[in-house]
Design a binder for this molecule. Structure first.
Ligand code: GLC
Length: 542
C-alpha cells in the first residue's frame, strides 16, 4: 500500500477527512427475528464497518414512533422505539462504536413531530392551551377552506382541519407529521435540550432533517406556480417553495443549533437541504457559524454525464464561502440507488469520484456492494409517500442489507419488512469479501488509500476539466499531487496529460494496471478510473 508520506494534519476536524456511512436501521441487521433491523443488529455489524474503513455512521431515526413515515414521525425525542431496542442499546451502540474509533451521528427531526407526540396531543386539545402555539395553526379562509395553497411534499394540501377546534394545522409531509412552530421560543428551548440530551450521551453529531423547511412565511403568502412544472415528470413540483420554506429567518435557527452543538467539543452539524448551490451554501451560515456540512445532493439530482459532473464540481466550488468545507453524497434512503442510477458498470468510477473529490463523502449502506433498487409492485408499497404522489416510492432503495447468500441474506431469521433483492446470492458482503476484484474490495482499498493521503482527503484542486468523455482533476496539498481520471463512457478513451506530466498509477478500477507508468496521456478502458501519482511541480524552479 502507500507510503503515506504526508500524514493528515491533526488540526483538521475529524469530519473533514472522515467518511460518513448512512445506516437505515430498519434495514441493516435484525437481531430479534422480527424482520426489522435494530440497534443491537447495528452493534453486531460494527466490525464490518471498521473493516470497510469508514469513520462515522449516521443512523436514520430510531426514536419512538407510530411509524407513519418509518420513524421520521417521532413521538418522543429522548428514547428508542421498542422495535429498534432500548435507550441502553443506543448508549451501548455509541460506546461500542467509540471503542472501535467510529463516530456516531444521529438523525434529528426538528421540523415536525408525530401527531401522537404528547406535545401535539396537548396542542390540538384546545385553542388556548399552553402548547397550542407549539404547532402552526391557522383559521380557515373566508370560504372555510385551507388557509393558503401550500402543498405537502408527499402530495395534497399541507393543511388538515382539526374539526374539534375548527382550525387547520400545517404539515409539510403527512398529516401524521404536524410541523412545529419554530418561531415559538419554548419550542426552540425544548428542541435545543433534545440536542443536549443526545450530546450528553456522547453522539458526535446530527444530521438535521429538512433543515431548509423549518421556518415558514409569517404572513402565510401563497407559493407561486412553478413555470417548469411537468406533471409527467417524476420529481417535478407544481409550486415553487418561496414562502413555505427556505425563509431568511431559518438561518437564526441553524445558528442556534450550531451554538448548542458547539457547547460540546468536536461535534458535527449536517443539514439536509435540497436547494440550488447558491441557496444551499447559505446554510454554512454567516461567518461559517451555521451547519458544518449542508448536504450536497447535486450528484444524485443531475444526470450522470461527464460534462454535467465537471460543471457541478466547478460551480459548487465557486459558490462555497471562504473556508467552508464541501461534501458529496451519492445516495440516501429517499433516492434511487447509485447502481440503478448510473448502471453497474459505472459504480467503481462513481466510488472513485466520491472518495477523491474535495469534501466529506457520505456512503449509503449497500452502495459498497453495488446494491440496486428492488422493484416493488405498487400494491405492495409500504412507503406512505406514494399514497398521493404515484411516482413516489422509496421502498426500492430501502431493502435489507445483503450480507450473505440465502433467502434472507443474513439480514434476519424472520420475514423481512421489505423483500430481499433477487440478486442477493451474488451481490453480498460474504461473496465480495473473498474476492479481491469485487466492488467491496475496491471500496475498502479506496477507503484506506487514497483517503489516507492528505492531498486527496484535504488537499485542493489544481485543476478540474473533462475531455473526450473523461473527467479529470488534480488534487494536491503542496506535498503530493494526484491526477484522478474517470472514464464516464462505455468506450476506450485517452486523456492527454499537461506538458511534462507523467506519473505512476496508484489506484485503478482495473487492478492489473497498478504500478504502471503513464507518460503524455492516460489511456482508459471503458468505465475505467485511475489515480495517478504525479511529480510535484516545483514552483521555485526555473
Ligand atoms: C426527510 C427524510 C425523509 C422523510 C422526510 C420527512 O426528507 O429524509 O425520509 O420522509 O424528511 O421527515
Amino acid at each position: 500500500m502507500s507510503d503515506v508520506s504526508s500524514a493528515i494534519p491533526t488540526r483538521a476536524p475529524w469530519w473533514q477527512s472522515g467518511v460518513v456511512y448512512q445506516i437505515y436501521p430498519r434495514s441493516f441487521q435484525d437481531s430479534t427475528g422480527d424482520g426489522t433491523g435494530d440497534l443491537p443488529g447495528v452493534i453486531q455489524r460494527l466490525d464490518y464497518l471498521v473493516s470497510l474503513g469508514v469513520d462515522a455512521i449516521w443512523l436514520s431515526p430510531f426514536y419512538p414512533s407510530p411509524m407513519a413515515d418509518f420513524g421520521y414521525d417521532i413521538s418522543d425525542y429522548r428514547d428508542v422505539d421498542p422495535l429498534f431496542g432500548t435507550l441502553e442499546d443506543a448508549e451501548r451502540l455509541i460506546r461500542e462504536a467509540h471503542d472501535r474509533g467510529l463516530k456516531v451521528i444521529v438523525d434529528y427531526v426538528p421540523n415536525h413531530t408525530s401527531d401522537q407526540h404528547p406535545w401535539f396531543v396537548e396542542s390540538r386539545r384546545s385553542r388556548d392551551g399552553p402548547k397550542r402555539d407549539w404547532y402552526i395553526w391557522h383559521d380557515p379562509n373566508e370560504d372555510g377552506g385551507v388557509p393558503n395553497n401550500w402543498r405537502s411534499v408527499f402530495g395534497g394540501s399541507a393543511w388538515t382541519l382539526d374539526e374539534a377546534t375548527g382550525q387547520f394545522y400545517l404539515h409539510s409531509f403527512l398529516e401524521e407529521q404536524p410541523d412545529l412552530n419554530w418561531r415559538n421560543p419554548d419550542v426552540q428551548r425544548e428542541m435545543m435540550d433534545v440536542l443536549r440530551f443526545w450530546l450528553d450521551r456522547g453522539v458526535d453529531g446530527f444530521r438535521v432533517d429538512v433543515l431548509w423547511l423549518l421556518i415558514k412565511d409569517d404572513q402565510f403568502r401563497d407559493d407561486p406556480p412553478n413555470p417548469d412544472y411537468d406533471p409527467d415528470k417524476p420529481g417535478s413540483w407544481e409550486l415553487k417553495q418561496v414562502y413555505s420554506g427556505n425563509r431568511p429567518e431559518v438561518h437564526n435557527i441553524v445558528r442556534m443549533m450550531r451554538d448548542t452543538v458547539d457547547e460540546y467539543d468536536r461535534r458535527l452539524l449536517i443539514g439536509e437541504v435540497y436547494l440550488e448551490f447558491s441557496e444551499l451554501v447559505r446554510y454554512y451560515g454567516e461567518d461559517l457559524q451555521g451547519a458544518h456540512l449542508p448536504f450536497n445532493f447535486s450528484l444524485i439530482l443531475n444526470p450522470w454525464e461527464v460534462d454535467v459532473v465537471a460543471d457541478l464540481i466547478t460551480r459548487y466550488e465557486a459558490e462555497l464561502p471562504d473556508g467552508a468545507w464541501p461534501n458529496w453524497v451519492l445516495g440516501n434512503h429517499d433516492q434511487s440507488r447509485l447502481a440503478t442510477r448510473v448502471g453497474a458498470d459505472q459504480t467503481r468510477v462513481a466510488a472513485m469520484l466520491l472518495l477523491t473529490l474535495r469534501g466529506t463523502p457520505t456512503i449509503y449502506y449497500g452502495e459498497e456492494i453495488g446494491m440496486s433498487d428492488v422493484s416493488i409492485p405498487k400494491e405492495e408499497q409500504v412507503d406512505p409517500a406514494g399514497k398521493v404522489i404515484p411516482w413516489m416510492n422509496r421502498d426500492p432503495e430501502r431493502t435489507p442489507m445483503q450480507w450473505e447468500a440465502g433467502p434472507r441474506a443474513g439480514f434476519t431469521t424472520g420475514e423481512p419488512w421489505l423483500p430481499i433483492a433477487d440478486d442477493a446470492d451474488e451481490v453480498n458482503v460474504a461473496v465480495q469479501r473473498e474476492d479481491r476484484e469485487s466492488l467491496l474490495s475496491f471500496y475498502r482499498w479506496l477507503l484506506q488509500f487514497p483517503r489516507s493521503e492528505a492531498a486527496i482527503s484535504l488537499g485542493d484542486y489544481e485543476r478540474v476539466w473533462h475531455e473526450g468523455g473523461v473527467l479529470a482533476y488534480v488534487r494536491t496539498d503542496g506535498k503530493r499531487r494526484f491526477l484522478i481520471a474517470l472514464n464516464f463512457g462505455g468506450e476506450d478513451a485517452s486523456l492527454p496529460l499537461d506538458g511534462a506530466d507523467s506519473g505512476t498509477v496508484v489506484v485503478s478500477t482495473g487492478i492489473s494496471r497498478v504500478g504502471s507508468q503513464v507518460t503524455g496521456s492516460v489511456d482508459l478502458a471503458a468505465h475505467e478510473g485511475v489515480i495517478v501519482a504525479l511529480p510535484l511541480v516545483d514552483n521555485d524552479a526555473s
